[in-house]
Design a binder for this molecule. Structure first.
Ligand SMILES: Nc1nc2c([nH]c(=O)n2[C@@H]2O[C@H](COP(=O)(O)OP(=O)(O)OP(=O)(O)O)[C@@H](O)[C@H]2O)c(=O)[nH]1
Length: 130
């Protein structure tokens, strides 16, 4: 049976209303696909705590986490991912690509021009439709 992993992703919005998009590196699983930065929830963590920790590790900045955007279950070839995405904003520091290939801020209307990890597509569609 496939394992289900609990994953959180931050939909980080700046004061211009742009969204931070992160390109997975060639060394990561799902290489060269765009995602919302985040990662796996560890034992004993709430989704919000996990997101704050992951963003500090991956982007080197602090965030505040707001409402949930989407909650999606996607079955990949080897694993099932339950991806929960949350609105967030940077409260301290500047996001840096410590683990990703590239980070870019994009207006909502441009999000669909990127090739997203399949599990992220419902969240992207929801953001575009708001
Ligand atoms: N962080 C993040 N992971 C996502 C997203 N969408 C999605 O399918 N995933 C998948 O969910 C898992 C999250 O794990 P992670 O971000 O900690 O990645 P990782 O490099 O530690 O995983 P790995 O050890 O499988 O390479 C990965 O399998 C990743 O491919 C997303 O938007 N953000």
């Amino acid at each position: 049976m496939k394992k289900t992993v609990q994953v959180v992703g931050a939909v980080i919005r700046n004061e211009k209303g742009e969204i931070l998009c992160a390109l997975r590196s060639p060394k990561m699983s799902l290489p060269n696909l765009w995602e919302f930065p985040g990662g796996k929830i560890e034992k004993g963590e709430s989704p919000e705590q996990s997101l704050i920790r992951e963003i500090r590790e991956e982007l080197g900045c602090s965030i505040e986490v707001f409402d949930q955007v989407e909650d999606t279950i996607y079955e990949y070839e080897k694993v099932i991912v339950n991806l929960k995405t949350y609105w967030a904003k940077v409260t301290e520091g500047v996001p840096k690509p410590l683990e990703h290939q590239v980070l870019i801020w994009l207006p909502v209307t441009s999000l669909k021009s990127l090739v997203w990890a399949p599990a992220d597509i419902p969240a992207v569609q929801k953001i575009i439709s708001i």
